[in-house]
Write a protein that binds this ligand. Structure first.
Ligand code: 4UW
Length: 571
């Protein structure tokens, strides 16, 4: 598409670490001169040069510790699980694993021990890197998964979030690995030929896709490199089209790294594409409104990367927000769930100088498929497709929609479409074909006022529930609910929620042994709270039915349940 800067060739014979750290691959001099990651609590920071060394030290220390070598075995022989709050060390540590040809499988820091155990076992992680605040959950999960205690390591986190706890003895830290790495001999280079980076998994992130349980998404080195270059080309276009802001080149220079680094949005968009083009990412370990606002003021943040629930939170807390100087902010990026039109308009009113940009994408596309071009903001739209993305809108009958304004399932092809799900032929067959990927999202394409084609995500066809932008797989909650004696059958559906976007609700057929409705509701809710991360809790409540509506083949008729809910709420 001639309106974009051309997409640079996508290297396919190097790991992500090499792409991010070696000037040869196009990181600009501007980028080289900035610290990629800075701690928003302590101000601790490493220069680009120091980051290169640190990655090398992590890699050497880890190789020695675990007996790994760059060219030994497959990448899955070297899978490392990470269960930590955000830190400035996380991504450089990931690059250290990549330097060894290994795989990083990041888990949501809100996970329960049972959820983490699932990911450790499913990913085949050989070691687990956690942090002091999460250590007890990590140890419980490691024990459940049969991972020895001496394969659990600690990452450095700011003291402010350790609640007075000290680093317990008996655990090695990433800092010690780096320290040891300094005096170890250099590692042999990875002997990758052409295409190796396209075949090798770099990240194993978890997504439930269109249905079923969370699955390991095999994101290759080339996938992440591709999306980074696609985003870069897209950004170059908007800088060319809108070069000046108050006499300064428009740069998204200092961004907020508050969203979880275990999720593809923060992992790729904020922590790879950002530093690649020269962003300094100010990392915060968790969301706390005052801390976040203070960081914006202190570090003069220019771009916010948020999800709609945080935007809503800001708008509802104007008394707090107005105490801080947020005037440095030029751009708000939002994604991971739809941004309500009202929210967008309210934000625009309160912060008229901030450009709202919406991105759309998935774990299975190594993040971004489409994004707003500045100067071409149409509220409600998820913007234009990135260079290198091909898109089709398909009817349920499998016909391609060729007219504007006609909804259908969005199917995409892009160099960022992942290798597939780990050990899951069935899901792979249903989702991927010839490089094309079924998103499970319903979309329309409309011609925008500037003549560009805009994509709008209008509905979700797949089972997935999005709570605060995080995935909740109905099938996972249903399987869990069925283990409770009060539940004979059940279905979990999404219902809208003002603050979280959506929340899960359980529709349950009570078993003969269940007590009163009230008792059963309490027991069922507690059963989820005791075993699942907070965002999966049944905030939408529990409703009883005589039978779950199902198709002749036994599939839950989710749309019918959802329509019933809508109808009930309207009354
Ligand atoms: N509008 C409506 C949206 C939107 C959306 C995602 O957890 P995953 O697998 O992945 C993500 C990715 C978030 C993201 C992508 C690109 C981008 O630029 C950005 O921020 C600026 C964030 O969340 O969930 C994928 C599913 O999440 C929904 C949609 O259903 C998709 O299949 N989703 N973005 N803008 N829905």
């Amino acid at each position: 598409d001639p309106q974009y800067a051309p997409l640079d060739p996508i290297p396919d014979d190097i790991p992500i670490s090499e792409f991010m750290l070696n000037e040869k691959y196009g990181r600009t001099p501007h980028a080289q001169s900035r610290d990629p990651f800075t701690c928003g609590l302590t101000g601790k920071s490493y220069s680009s040069r120091a980051t290169v060394d640190r990655v090398d030290h992590f890699a050497r220390g880890l190789a020695k510790e675990l007996g790994w070598a760059p060219n030994q075995g497959t990448e899955f022989d070297k899978t490392v699980g990470v269960f930590s709050v955000n830190t400035i060390d996380a991504v450089p540590f990931f690059w250290g694993v990549h330097r060894l040809g290994g795989v990083v499988s990041p888990a949501n820091a809100a996970y329960s021990a049972a959820e983490l155990k699932y990911q450790i076992l499913d990913s085949g992680a050989k070691a687990l890197f956690t942090c002091v605040p999460l250590l007890s959950v990590a140890l419980e999960a490691a024990a459940l998964a049969g991972l020895p205690k001496n394969r659990v390591y600690l990452m450095d986190v700011p003291e402010a979030i350790m609640g007075g706890a000290k680093v317990p003895s008996g655990f090695k830290t990433t800092e010690q690995l780096a320290e040891a790495g300094k005096s170890l001999p250099s590692l042999e280079p990875l002997n990758w030929g052409p295409g190796e980076g396209a075949r090798r998994t770099a990240f194993l992130c978890y997504s439930s896709g269109t249905s079923g349980l969370p699955k390991g998404v095999m994101i290759s080195h080339r996938n992440v490199i591709a999306n980074t270059l696609q985003i870069t080309a897209f950004e170059k276009y908007h800088r060319a089209s809108q070069p000046l802001t108050n006499g300064q080149p428009l740069h998204t220079d200092v961004s907020i790294g508050l969203l979880p680094q275990s999720h593809i949005y923060a992992l790729v968009v904020i922590c790879h594409a950002g530093p690649y083009r020269g962003d300094q990412v100010v990392i915060l370990p968790k969301f706390e409104l005052n801390v976040y606002l203070r960081a914006i003021q202190q570090f003069k943040i220019t771009s916010l990367f948020l999800v709609p629930p945080i935007i809503i939170n800001m708008l509802r807390s104007q008394d707090v927000c107005s105490k801080y100087d947020l005037s440095s902010v030029k751009t708000l990026f939002t994604g991971a769930a739809p941004l309500g039109m009202e929210t967008a308009l309210d934000f625009q009113k309160v912060y008229p100088n901030v450009v709202i940009r919406q991105g759309y994408g998935l774990t299975e596309t190594s993040t971004v498929v489409s994004s707003t071009l500045p100067g071409d903001v149409v509220l409600g739209s998820s913007g234009c497709f990135l260079p290198g993305v091909e898109a089709r809108i398909m009817t349920p009958e499998g016909e391609e929609v060729t007219s504007y304004d006609t909804p259908g399932e969005l199917v995409v092809r892009s160099p960022s479409v992942v290798l597939g799900y780990l050990n899951n032929e069935k899901a792979n067959k249903e989702t991927f074909e010839d490089g094309w990927m079924r998103t499970g999202d319903e979309a329309v394409v409309r011609k925008g006022p500037n003549g560009t084609e805009h994509v709008y995500i209008v509905d979700r066809i797949k089972e997935l529930i999005k709570v605060k932008g995080l995935q909740v797989a109905p099938a996972e909650l249903e399987a869990h609910l069925l283990t409770h004696p009060a539940v004979a059958d059940c279905a979990v559906i999404a219902i809208p929620d003002d603050a979280a976007g959506e929340v899960p609700k359980a529709v349950v057929v009570k078993s003969a042994s269940a007590g009163s409705d009230e008792d059963a509701i309490e027991a069922i809710k507690k059963h989820v709270q005791d075993h699942k991360a907070r965002h999966k809790w049944l905030k939408g409540g529990v409703r009883f039915m005589d039978a779950i509506p199902k198709s002749p083949s036994g599939k839950i008729l989710r749309r019918l349940l959802r329509d019933q809910e809508k109808e009930a709420r309207r009354k």
